[in-house]
Design a protein around this ligand. Structure first.
Ligand code: PSU
Ligand code: MN
Length: 312
């Protein structure tokens, strides 16, 4: 069976052809994670951050039935404004493609497309995980099972405490996904630098992280790598404030009977409203911070691969 080749922007195609560093970016954060116009401004700023740190950004989405890696500004703008675009995780891609539809891609779908395009490094804000109360609802994000079987390295700011963080880390262990924190022993909780849980590993430089990603691949692990990059101190929110806000949003989701793929977008939007926009400002800051680290890792990884190829 031949695997599908995504449509690449000329810039992304050129970079991949020459072994230059590329960073994949997801698009559910644009379509379902942030309100317009902050979503578009953030998407553009994140691409700029990737460039400023020496790599080529490849924003990934499903557009008119085509898998796309690298979006021109007009497509990005249309995606940011559209309210008919669906949220696709990996399992949704084929059905949306069959009807020629468009979708923002979650972490799981973006990993799938990045793999098909040959992109190893992917930056996002936060990944999905095991929801609080999963023992009742069974709500566990497909991001975690995709991380268990697709060899992309995902740079995030940890996971939000809308999720059960300890269970999310347990599930990642079961899925054989190494969790590496950058410059800290703690696994971060998105809006805050600590979650109360530790990461499995701490590495302090982009070069060491690139080395670990390269070795993980060479070991034939088959799974992804999760890099947790804490939100910069100056943008972190007060734990009491954000915990109370999240608790209110979760209670509201439960009382309204929100379920399935609508849960995470509902919580993100409600947390933004209840926090008076503070969560959005923090979210934007941490995504840029992740994009910068991802680009630096991609630069190191490209250099390692070039060295490896020269030695063969
Ligand atoms: N968490 C965030 N921001 C996001 C998401 C999660 O803090 O934008 C998005 C990502 O695209 C992630 C998806 O892959 O939500 C997970 O959705 P679900 O929980 O339905 O699997
Ligand atoms: Mn879910």
């Amino acid at each position: 069976m031949t695997l599908l080749k995504p449509d690449l922007s000329p810039e992304v195609a050129d970079a991949l052809r020459h072994g230059q560093p590329v960073v994949a970016l997801e698009s559910t954060i644009i379509t379902h994670g942030m309100p317009y116009p902050a979503n578009l401004e953030t998407a553009l700023a994140v691409e700029e951050t990737v460039r400023a740190n020496g790599a080529v950004p490849a924003t990934i989405a499903l557009i008119d039935g085509r898998l796309c890696a690298g979006l021109q500004a007009d497509r990005l703008g249309a995606l940011a404004k559209a309210d008919t675009v669906v949220k696709a995780s990996g399992r949704d891609l084929a059905a949306v493609m069959a009807r020629g539809g468009s979708a923002g891609t979650t972490v799981s779908a973006t990993m799938r497309i990045a793999e098909l395009a040959g992109i190893d490094i992917f930056a996002t804000g936060g990944i999905g995980g095991v929801h609080r109360g999963a023992e009742q609802s069974f709500d566990i994000s497909a991001d975690l099972t995709e991380l268990g079987q697709t060899g992309t390295a995902v740079i995030c700011a940890g996971v939000k405490s809308i999720l059960d963080i300890a269970k999310t880390l347990e599930f990642l262990e079961t899925q054989r996904v190494p969790v590496i924190a950058y410059g800290t022993d703690d696994f971060p909780a998105f809006f805050t630098r600590k979650s109360g849980s530790k990461a499995d590993h701490r590495l302090d430089t982009a070069a060491d992280i690139a080395k670990a990603i390269d070795l993980h691949g060479q070991l034939g692990s088959g799974s992804g790598v999760l890099i947790a990059n804490p939100i910069p101190e100056e943008h972190a929110l007060a734990p009491d404030f954000i915990d109370a806000t999240i608790a209110d949003a979760i209670a509201e989701a439960a009382s309204r009977g929100i379920q399935g793929k609508a849960v995470t977008p509902f919580l993100l939007a409600r947390i933004n409203e209840l926090s008076g926009g503070k969560s959005l400002i923090a979210n934007i800051a941490l995504v840029k911070n992740n994009a910068a680290l991802a680009a630096r890792i991609a630069v190191e990884l490209a250099a390692l691969k070039a060295q490896g190829a020269a030695q063969k």
